[in-house]
Design a protein around this ligand. Structure first.
Ligand SMILES: [Zn+2]
Length: 288
C-alpha cells in the first residue's frame, strides 16, 4: 500500500517520447517532475505479454530506484461476462497482463470487467465473478503471487462496472484491489460528483463496504470528462472549465480523511495534469 498520496500518468507522456526516452528512462523523468507513480499501458495486448521480460524487469528496477509506484492497465480486449470462448480468451489476456505486471513488480493490474451484452446485470455479474475467481486461482498456480487484480468502475452504461458491482467483486474475490475511476463514475451516473459532499458520501460508502484500509489505499484514475445519456464520451484536461468533476473537491476529502491513494492522470496532457493534481492536494492537505 502506498505510504502517501501518489500521482503519475497513464502511459508514457508525449514529451518523453519526443525526447526519445526508453521505457526504463520513464521513472527518473517522472521523478524529475516530482511525480511518483506510473501506469504502464498494456491496453492493446492479446494473450501473451507484449513487453520483453528483461525490459519489464528493468522498468521495475528503475521504478524502485526512483520511488515510482508501478501499476499496469490491462488489455481492453477483456470481457469476463461473455460467451464461454470469449471468457476463456479474456482470462488468458488478463493473466498475460498480470504476469508482465509481476515482472515489473507492479502493484496492480487494472482491468475493465466486461459488457452486459444481452444478459441481465445479475447474470453478467455472476459470470464475471466466477471468471475472476478462476483468474486469481490460475495466477496463484502459475506462481504469479504478488500483483493484485483491480476491477475498475466503468463509464458507459453497457459496461459492467457500477460502483456497487466493483465493490461486490472486491468483497468476494481474494487479491483484488479497488480501482475507482472518478470520471467514469461521474459520467455513468449522469454527473453525480458535483459537491465535496458527493465525494465524501462515495468515500464513506466504500469504507462501509470494504473497510478503512481499502478506502485509504484506493487506486484511482482521474480526468475531466464529457458524457451523454449513455455515459462517457471524451476525456478533457483539468483546466477545461466546462466539464467535471472538479479535482479540488476530491482533494478536500482525501485531505480530510488523510487517505493515501495512488492517482493516475488519464487527462489528454497526462503528466502535466498529474503535477497539477499533486499541487492541488498539497494545498488542501496543508490547509486541513
Ligand atoms: Zn481503464
Amino acid at each position: 500500500m502506498a505510504d502517501h498520496p501518489r500521482f503519475g500518468p497513464a502511459g508514457v507522456p508525449p514529451m518523453f517520447r519526443f525526447a526519445k526516452a526508453t521505457l526504463s528512462d520513464v521513472p527518473i523523468l517522472l521523478r524529475e517532475e516530482g511525480l511518483d507513480a506510473f501506469e504502464y499501458e498494456a491496453v492493446h495486448w492479446g494473450k501473451k505479454p507484449q513487453v520483453k521480460r528483461v525490459d519489464a524487469e528493468q522498468l521495475g528496477l528503475k521504478a524502485k530506484e526512483n520511488d515510482v509506484w508501478l501499476s499496469l492497465h490491462g488489455s481492453y480486449f477483456i470481457n469476463l461476462c461473455g460467451e464461454k470462448a470469449i471468457v476463456e480468451a479474456s482470462k488468458r489476456r488478463l493473466i498475460a497482463c498480470a504476469t508482465a505486471a509481476e515482472w515489473m513488480k507492479g502493484h496492480v493490474v487494472v482491468f475493465h470487467p466486461g459488457f452486459y451484452g444481452g444478459k441481465s446485470r445479475g447474470e453478467a455479474f455472476k459470470l464475471c465473478l466466477e471468471a475472476l475467481k478462476e483468474v486469481v486461482e490460475d495466477l496463484q498456480s502459475q506462481g504469479v503471487t504478488n500483483v493484485k487484480v483491480g476491477p475498475e468502475t466503468m463509464g458507459r452504461l453497457y459496461q459492467l462496472g457500477s460502483l456497487d458491482e466493483i465493490l461486490s467483486l472486491c468483497e468476494i474475490v481474494e487479491r483484488t484491489q479497488l480501482v475507482i475511476d472518478w470520471s467514469h463514475l461521474h459520467a455513468r451516473e449522469g454527473g453525480c460528483l458535483n459537491t465535496v459532499d458527493d465525494f465524501r458520501r462515495t468515500v464513506l460508502k466504500i469504507e462501509n463496504r470494504l473497510g478503512t484500509e481499502a478506502v485509504e489505499n484506493m487506486h484511482c484514475h482521474f480526468t475531466k470528462i464529457e458524457f451523454t445519456a449513455q455515459g462517457e464520451k471524451r476525456h478533457h484536461a483539468l483546466l477545461e472549465k466546462r466539464y467535471g468533476p472538479d479535482f479540488r473537491k476530491l482533494a478536500k476529502v482525501i485531505a480530510e480523511f488523510r487517505l493515501r491513494p495512488v492517482i493516475i492522470s488519464e487527462s489528454p496532457i497526462l503528466d502535466l495534469d498529474a503535477v497539477r493534481m499533486r499541487d492541488i492536494l498539497q494545498e488542501e492537505w496543508d490547509n486541513s
